[in-house]
Design a protein around this ligand. Sequence first.
Ligand code: PYC
Length: 310
Amino acid sequence: MHVIDSHTGGEPTRVILDGGPDLGTGPLAERAARLATEYRDFYRSVILEPRGQPAMVCALLVPPVDPTCVTGVIYFDAEAVLGMCGHGTIGLAVTLAHLGRIGIGQHRIETPVGVVTVDLLDPNTVRVTNVESRRTRSGVSVEVAGVGTVTGDLAYGGNGFFIVDPSPIPVTASNIRQLSEVTIAVREALQAAGITCAPGMPVDHVIFYGPAETPEGHSRNFVLCPDDAYDRSPCGTGSSARLACLAAAGRLAEGTEIVQESIIGSTYRLSWRKGPNGGIIPSITGSAYVMAESRLIFQVDDPFRLGIVL
Ligand code: PYC
């Protein structure tokens, strides 16, 4: 299996160029569902330790249905197949440029939740125009054991998010452990209470927001991913959901650009415009760097061939 690893604001992406399962030729949403249900061993083996690492998201390249797209892609982490991935799309565009498959300019990429656009601004800088995003409910409260009542907004940005602003805990790198524990508890409390982003759309990510640490920053975030790892980048789909909440609350005007800081201090530039169906179309600009090009080997007698599963 031929892979290229990059990172976007510190968050790793492993692009699988070949050697993945044959998921057929139907709509990408169907192929993603097939990957999730029939190929769990495959996708975990690529991403789990010792071959992968907890923060990593994989991008499995597949033939697109839409011939105007440069590729189709299905993203997954160790726990779930994702609808979309913003940092992964920035990493994918930089990887395709590294391979000479795309040049500076605009390109379309098909994902299970729709076609997104990437503008390769230079070999490392990419603007992603994401799928239409929306706040689905505001001011939702949930009781979290040991924490108390936590209130936030439910929003869709290609994945389902619960967005808490202000965070009940300071959003600083020294608090990463506590932030992880509390956001996991929040997600579990939402699930136990049957609270979803929309019918059939579970909350798979939780984001806490706090004040920015730089003069140019709008805020700093901590993002919990489905596999309980935290996003080192400011999270592209999470930023899309956040923009939808800011827009719906009248806190950010259309076209105004803000800088979003991640928990490790990496940044995206964000803005939005009106979408055709009452939501917003997010724009996310960030940088990625290619780190490695490898062939993954799965020896039959390797006891951890499928990753460390405890
Ligand atoms: O950037 O959308 C994103 C993302 C989702 C999970 C990790 N990163």
